[in-house]
Design a protein around this ligand. Sequence first.
Ligand code: PNS
Length: 164
Amino acid sequence: MKRAVYPGSFDPVTYGHLDIIKRASRFFDELIVSVLNNKEKTPLFSVEERVNILREATKEIPNVKVDCFSGLLINYAAENDLHIAVRGLRAITDFEYELQIAQTNRKLSQGQLDTMFLTTSLEYAYLSSSSVKEIASFGGDISQCVPEFVEKLIQEKYRNAKQQ
Ligand code: PNS
């Protein structure tokens, strides 16, 4: 069975991520989208919320599973017998960062974890989770960036933050 992991912060998941998930899921029998639990960052959504959002957003794709991990990706991959990580590339700036992580993971895992890149569809090349958060924090329109239910959840977060 061909399996792969698509790791990320997904805070929040965007149409760019969903495009990569849809396309990558066609190449594998099982694609595990795994949310990084990064204790050093203060995310907009908790890991549990992100996992639930991803489950809802990918419910139509039967071979996609959603999970979470802490610590090094290579350890999570080894524990789950996963040998391919999928990542999306939007632009040359992504490439430098991604190349470094991919090389580090391959070296640290002694060749057990390799990375496959998919180039983001052009229509989503401008999208990032951080810009979605920034736009939403100023009340801007994010309807072209995330699914409607995610848009509502993001707006709710910022509404609650303002009321506090
Ligand atoms: O969506 P992101 O924030 O760009 O995803 C980055 C991610 C989660 C893929 C990367 O930061 C990661 O795998 N972090 C876990 C720690 C790790 O294994 N780092 C790699 C060695 S530098």
